[in-house]
Design a protein around this ligand. Structure first.
Ligand code: PLP
Length: 408
């Protein structure tokens, strides 16, 4: 059966050009970058070239780029490293309610260390208000961390305005740009970003490698004490093939960033329009205007997300839902709850994230399959029947009794 992969926000396949660039660093150029002989120097040169290339893509200098094991590690390092190194100046941090768990759970860990964290609410589109942000800044605020773009609903935050507001109050500004890096043009100076996290496997590079940009002069605790790698901030022998692959993936992304974004944006809007027109009680989650070009996220009333995903999977379509059922938790997504969806609706949500290889045929097939799947599920749903027959009272009673409607 043909597989249609529409889950690029989860991860992406490694591009053949990237595999090719990495291959020699597993074999003939296997040296340790810290070694003095030519084999080591080849590896060291490759890491330096990758650092230079990645730095130039975001308007940074190579000394401001630190390699890590991925987005999660970069977020942990930025927040814990900054908070601990600057605790004498204050212990208050501002973030948003819709951050990735790599930021949210790190903030919770910092709260256990005695830091105070404000989790800013978002509006129904998932946008952080600049006014709310300004109002949350206190004399003891040292750091703000607001994601560039949300991984579930694709909302792009007003980073330039938020960073400017932070700087007015001498607050450092970090952004988790894992979903935006390589997808949206980013210049750290133009936007006023002090720290930025990015990850390779979201941009057709290998898993297990990422970067943290740290503006010159920003004080950060070491992540790993050990050797002199990453200028002594993160000891451990560099992931040379991974770093080389990450840089190659980023260079390739940069070459086509605007045309590829526009291509995906047209496909995204085609999918959104078709779903709104053809599927009853479908609701677009997130902002349509300020949205990643590859993100489609919908809620469907009277539908249970897991049933929907399973049926779509039998048709070869890989997508994800707004609930974390599949990962062992029955809690609906904190992002969907934060934009105001009730629990039972947040459970019936679907995220499709397009990629470089996605065609219009793929999108049409996915929407056709979704239509058929929802018709099936709704036919099986006693609630939907009652609802259609106008027995609203009965629906409400059952909601109260059962929590949220299962399709079967
Ligand atoms: C995927 C993702 C991460 C985690 O990145 P890893 O490289 O998988 O650790 C962090 N933040 C956002 C917004 C993400 O989408």
């Amino acid at each position: 059966m043909r597989q249609i992969y529409l889950d690029h926000a989860s991860t992406t396949p490694v591009r053949p050009e990237v595999v090719e660039a990495m291959a020699p660093y597993f074999t003939e150029h296997f040296g340790n970058p810290s070694s003095i002989y030519p084999l080591g120097q080849e590896a060291s040169d490759a890491v330096a070239a990758a650092r230079e290339s990645l730095a130039s893509l975001i308007g940074a200098t190579p000394r401001e780029i630190f390699f890590s094991s991925g987005g999660t590690e970069s977020d942990n390092w930025a927040l814990k490293g900054f908070a601990r190194a600057n605790a004498t100046k204050g212990r208050h941090i501002i973030t948003s309610a819709i951050e990735h768990h790599a930021v949210l759970h790190t903030c919770e860990a910092l709260e256990r260390e005695g830091f105070e964290v404000t989790y800013l609410p978002v509006d129904e589109h998932g946008l952080v208000s600049v006014e709310d942000f300004k109002a949350a800044i206190r004399p003891d605020t040292i750091l703000a961390s607001i994601m560039f773009a949300n991984n579930e609903i694709g909302t792009i935050e007003p980073i330039r305005e938020l960073a400017a507001a932070a700087h007015e109050a001498s607050v450092a500004f970090h952004t988790d740009a894992v979903q935006a890096f390589g997808h949206e043009p980013i210049d750290v100076n133009e936007l006023g970003i002090d720290m930025l996290s990015a990850s390779s496997h979201k941009i057709y590079g290998p898993k297990g490698v990422g970067l943290l940009y740290v503006r010159r002069g920003v004080k950060l605790q070491n992540l790993l004490d050990g050797g002199q790698q990453e200028r002594g901030r993160r000891g451990s022998t560099e992931n040379v093939p991974g770093i080389v692959g990450f840089a190659r993936a980023a260079e390739l992304a940069a070459e086509e960033i605007v045309p590829e974004r526009d291509r995906q944006l047209a496909l995204r809007d085609h999918a959104i329009r078709r779903i709104l027109e053809e599927i009853p009680s479908a609701k677009l989650n997130g902002s349509w205007e300020s949205r990643l070009a590859n993100n489609v996220n919908f809620s469907f009333e009277f539908i249970e997300g897991e049933g929907m995903l399973l049926q779509l999977a039998t048709r070869g379509i890989c997508v994800s839902s707004g609930s974390a059922c599949t990962s062992g938790s029955l809690d609906p997504s904190h992002v969907l709850l934060a934009i105001g969806l009730p629990h039972e609706i947040a459970h019936g949500s679907l995220r499709m994230t397009l990629g470089r290889d996605t065609t219009r045929e793929d999108v049409d097939f996915a929407v056709d399959s979704l239509k058929a799947t929802l018709q099936n599920l709704r036919m099986m749903s006693p609630l939907y029947e009652d609802f259609q027959q106008g027995k609203v009272e009965s629906v409400i009673e059952r909601f109260k009794a059962d929590g949220f409607p299962y399709a079967n």
